[in-house]
Design a protein around this ligand. Structure first.
Ligand code: HEC
Length: 299
């Protein structure tokens, strides 16, 4: 079939195959870009959680003097006299309450802190979170785990046990009485420094690649593709196809005896263009034909 195709058709086929390949690689690049954008956003959210926990941990606990029905938990009480009570919230509890607020509002991201060995049932992991914890436990060098679920992007980062965590997650004997009183001496103890205690888990709304596609349909990209097509088309037509056509016509005329047919081309000494070279060869052929004809006429 290719033998029967004109050079013009072949050039068009080659152009569109190239175009398809370019679009496919743009599409693949778009997927990578989406992954990177979502990963960065999730990282930023988990960094905020880390900072918040560090702030609460650094101050020991945050003390509030009012409990709302939604946030009525606390780890310690401080009687300031005059029936004024302060309620202490440790980092994990404060983080859980912050996440409850964040998850209810219209912020894009929701987050939680969870573990495969929860002290607080409300922190229980789902299947993605369980898998992520297992991965971090088997390989301590994995920095994060991510996945796409229907319309959601999932991200998890490990929380590693440090010296300061042991007070409440090491030997229950060392734990503050308030922790034992509220959670008992069984749950989430016996960790060692370096263990994976749990994860920060972030959820973000995701978009499918098809939904991301319109970003490729913008004046710059479409304009660029149209321009590429025009440049290709004009070049092949003007510098190759039209000249080959003219050369064919000229050669036919010379063969049919019109030896005065002018051949217009740049001589090979001044041009590297292959079509000029073919023209030159036909010109040489024409001149030797003229010589032969003159010789015959003289005889
Ligand atoms: C002052 C005591 C205390 C310290 C210190 C402490 N935790 Fe906790 N941790 C708790 C309590 C209490 C909970 C349960 C909070 C709740 O009710 O959500 C908890 C919960 C957690 C959870 C959520 C899963 C679960 O068991 O419910 C993770 C993960 C966690 N802690 C990690 C750490 C890490 C890592 C450190 C050290 C950087 C640390 N904790 C230090 C008291 C502590």
């Amino acid at each position: 079939m290719a033998k029967k195709m004109s050079l013009r058709s072949k050039a068009i086929v080659v152009f569109f195959v190239t175009l398809l390949l370019i679009l496919a690689s743009l599409f693949a690049g778009l997927g990578k870009l989406r992954d990177q954008v979502l990963r960065n956003e999730a990282q930023a959210v988990s960094d905020q959680v880390v900072s918040f926990r560090a702030w609460v941990a650094g101050t020991g606990m945050v003390w509030v003097n009012k409990l709302t029905p939604q946030f009525d938990e606390y780890l310690a009480v401080h009687d300031a006299g005059d029936s004024n009570f302060f309620y202490g919230k440790n980092p994990a509890l404060a983080t859980r309450e912050l996440s409850t607020i964040a998850n209810k509002t219209s912020t894009r991201a929701s987050f939680s802190v969870t573990s495969d060995n929860v002290r607080q049932q409300a922190n229980a992991p789902d299947s993605f979170e369980k898998k992520a914890i297992a991965e971090f436990t088997t390989d301590k060098t994995v920095p994060f785990v991510e996945a796409y679920e229907a319309k959601t992007y999932r991200y998890a980062r490990p929380l590693i046990v440090k010296e300061g965590c042991l007070k409440c997650h090491g030997d229950p004997k060392d734990a503050p009485a308030a922790v034992i009183k509220k959670y008992g001496g069984q749950k989430a103890f016996h960790y060692k420094v370096g263990d994976v205690r749990g994860i920060i888990s972030v959820k973000l709304p995701s978009i499918t690649l098809v939904e991301a596609l319109p970003t490729l349909i913008n004046p710059w990209s479409v304009g660029g593709l149209v321009l590429a097509f025009l440049i290709n088309f004009l070049f092949t037509t003007r510098f190759i196809l039209n000249r080959l056509h003219k050369l064919t016509e000229d050669t036919k005329a010379i063969v049919s005896g019109k030896l005065d047919t002018p051949l217009i081309y740049t001589p090979p000494t001044e041009s590297n263009d292959e079509v000029d070279h073919v023209y030159h060869s036909v010109d040489l052929l024409k001149r030797s034909m003229e010589l032969v004809v003159r010789k015959i006429k003289r005889k």
